[in-house]
Design a protein around this ligand. Structure first.
Ligand code: SF4
Length: 134
């Protein structure tokens, strides 16, 4: 059983596109979120079928990055975590990280994240200096 890998899940949606950002991320595309989460779920199923002896993936770490994963609604986050739990064994996961923007977090989302196994929150700041950002 392969366990020496990290599972990275990309959520490419943001409230706005920052001018200095080179990441694959998009603003104003919320209408695609449901289809994207469906596709992610299907891809995890296929990977778990192919790689997981028990029909589940057994990563050491899980990282949900973006984009802005916390831009998902509470219901969309629930769908994402259900897909992860259906296709991944979290028992050996040491670090389960989710990137977040404080502006799109609330108590319900934080509670859901904690309940779903997230044990690290990544809040990135590129710079507070506009010249450096340019
Ligand atoms: S919030 Fe982050 S990922 Fe989204 S556009 Fe800005 S820098 Fe890029």
């Amino acid at each position: 059983m392969q366990t020496d890998f990290g599972l990275y899940i990309h959520i490419p949606f943001c409230r706005q596109k920052c001018f200095y950002c080179d990441f694959p991320s998009f603003a104003g595309r919320e209408r695609y979120i449901a289809a994207y989460l469906n596709a992610l779920s299907r891809e995890m199923e296929l990977l778990a079928d192919r790689c997981g002896e028990t029909g589940k993936l057994h990563p050491r770490t899980v990282y949900i990055g973006g984009g802005t994963p916390s831009h998902l609604s509470l219901e969309q986050m629930e769908i994402l975590f259900q897909s992860i739990q259906a296709n991944t064994s979290l028992s050996d996961v040491a670090e389960f990280t989710m990137e977040a923007n404080p502006c799109s977090l609330n108590e319900e989302k934080l509670y859901l994240m904690k309940k779903s196994g997230v044990n690290r929150l990544s809040i990135g700041v590129q710079s507070f200096d506009d010249t450096c950002l340019k």
